[in-house]
Design a protein around this ligand. Structure first.
Ligand SMILES: Nc1ncnc2c1ncn2[C@@H]1O[C@H](COP(=O)(O)OP(=O)(O)OP(=O)(O)O)[C@@H](O)[C@H]1O
Ligand SMILES: [Mg+2]
Length: 418
């Protein structure tokens, strides 16, 4: 199958119980091979129902589900389940069967020969970092986390393309849970499986998913990548599910500096005279100039302080050029930039491309704006540049050592008369 052929498609699917009790309705969803889909929502929102219709443990009341292009309604449930692995919350290992027997249950049903089953079981147990000897134990002789590892590999054992997992780690302690999340994510990527995973833990969804499906009251509220969900939650419900704090944190996790930097910072070339530098600073109301060569490569900066101290001795920008400048690449995550700005007490950080050409600057004020946008508005990722210097009093006095984060930009909205 190709990238364009989805592995699973829901077409206006509903499940309505007797008495008109709507479990889910208008479910439209397309899942591609290799996707890790997390269904997330409050209790009773319809996650399990949506999942169980895939392997015909539940039959839809209306609508259609296609698995590899075929209507599952027309396929035999037993055959269907051979292609679809399933991991349930309480692991579901058979207590009277050894780990080996548990793992190879489906392959046995599929009539794999003994040596092939043994080989598969040994390969899988190694993958989840359990000793081979565990194959001969019974589930009760394993810890909860170890049992859940076995549950995971059992779902992988029959080489099924699609794995369904309904809150598989809900009952585990946070540390075991985290290691199993990593395990599942690694296995899924390595083996190229498609996973549909139910959770009501947003942290878990953000960690695992390539696609998050948010459900509420039997409906899909949003269906998007984790990045998209974090940047543009569809409504207040999704926002609350994400949580305001995480929204700020996570936005810094996915946003790169070029998305919020101010373009066209005021700059000057090293050959210019100090008189020109002062005039430019006055005109643009800044107390720092970035210095670039004729091709635009960042060379350093000059500020009013060094101008004041050296005016009698120096003549050109290059004489007072300070080359100790801290900068970031345009694809740096905002999170890391925030970190540096705060740790180093910087007022701004120049942004350069891979070759070192100056592209823009990220100011403290722009960061503050981003955080405010995230909480109160949705002005888009670029933000409004004219808020550039509202977080601190601006100064008219370019000869003083001011709170000089206000490296103005050439954007028309930026020229602010304080
Ligand atoms: N057999 C049933 N008969 C009637 N209603 C049902 C039946 N099974 C489930 N429901 C209802 O369908 C709705 C969706 O249930 P579902 O189990 O899909 O929710 P869920 O999102 O998985 O919740 P949880 O997080 O608690 O597992 C709920 O309102 C539930 O009460
Ligand atoms: Mg459920």
């Amino acid at each position: 199958m190709t990238e364009d052929n989805p592995i699973l498609v829901y077409k206006d699917v509903a499940k309505i119980y007797k008495g008109g009790n709507v479990a889910v309705e208008h479910i439209n969803l397309t899942i591609h091979k290799g996707d890790f889909v997390c269904l997330i929502g409050t209790s009773g929102s319809g996650k399990t129902t949506t999942m169980r219709m895939i392997n015909r443990m539940l039959e839809p009341t209306s609508g259609e589900i296609l698995f590899n292009g075929e209507d599952i309604h027309t396929s035999d449930p037993v055959t269907l389940r051979r292609h679809i692995g399933y991991v349930i919350q309480n692991i579901g290992l058979m207590p009277h069967m050894t780990i080996y027997e548990n793992i190879t249950l489906v392959p046995k049903l599929l009539k794999w020969p003994d040596d092939k089953r043994r080989e598969k079981a040994e390969e899988l147990i190694k993958l989840v970092e359990l000793p081979k000897e565990f194959l001969d134990r019974y589930p009760s002789e394993l810890s909860g986390g170890q049992q859940q590892r076995v549950g995971v590999i059992r779902a992988l054992a029959a080489n099924q393309d699609l794995i369904l997992m309904d809150e598989p780690f809900g009952a585990l302690d946070p540390i075991t849970r985290e290691s199993l999340q990593e395990l599942v994510k690694n296995l899924q990527e390595k083996l190229g499986k498609t996973v549909v995973f139910v959770t009501h833990d947003m942290d878990e969804a953000l960690k695992l998913a390539t696609k998050i499906v948010v459900m509420d009251g039997g409906h899909i509220i949003q269906d998007a990548s984790p990045e998209e969900i974090l940047r543009h939650p569809a409504n207040q419900f999704v926002e609350e599910l994400i949580g305001a704090e995480r929204l700020i944190q996570a936005r810094a996790d996915v946003t790169t500096v070029d998305q919020i930097m101010l373009k066209n910072p005021v700059s000057i070339t090293p050959g210019r005279s100090l008189g020109e530098a002062i005039r430019l600073m006055r005109k643009r109301r800044v107390d720092t100039l970035l210095v670039t060569d004729d091709e635009g490569y960042l060379k350093g900066f000059i500020d009013v302080e060094s101008l004041d101290n050296n005016y009698s001795r120096a003549t050109s920008v290059s004489d007072i050029l300070n080359t100790k400048i801290f900068y970031v690449a345009s694809d740096t995550l905002l999170r890391d930039t925030v970190d540096r700005i705060l740790k180093r007490g910087l007022k701004y950080v120049p942004v350069v491309d891979k070759a070192g050409k100056l592209l823009g600057i990220v100011t403290r004020a722009a960061l503050v704006d981003m955080v405010y946008d995230t909480i109160w508005g949705d002005n888009g990722d670029g933000g409004d540049d004219d808020n550039d210097d509202t977080s601190q009093p601006a100064t008219d006095d370019v000869t003083g050592v001011a709170a000089g984060h206000n490296l103005a930009t050439d954007t028309p909205t930026d020229h602010k008369e304080a």
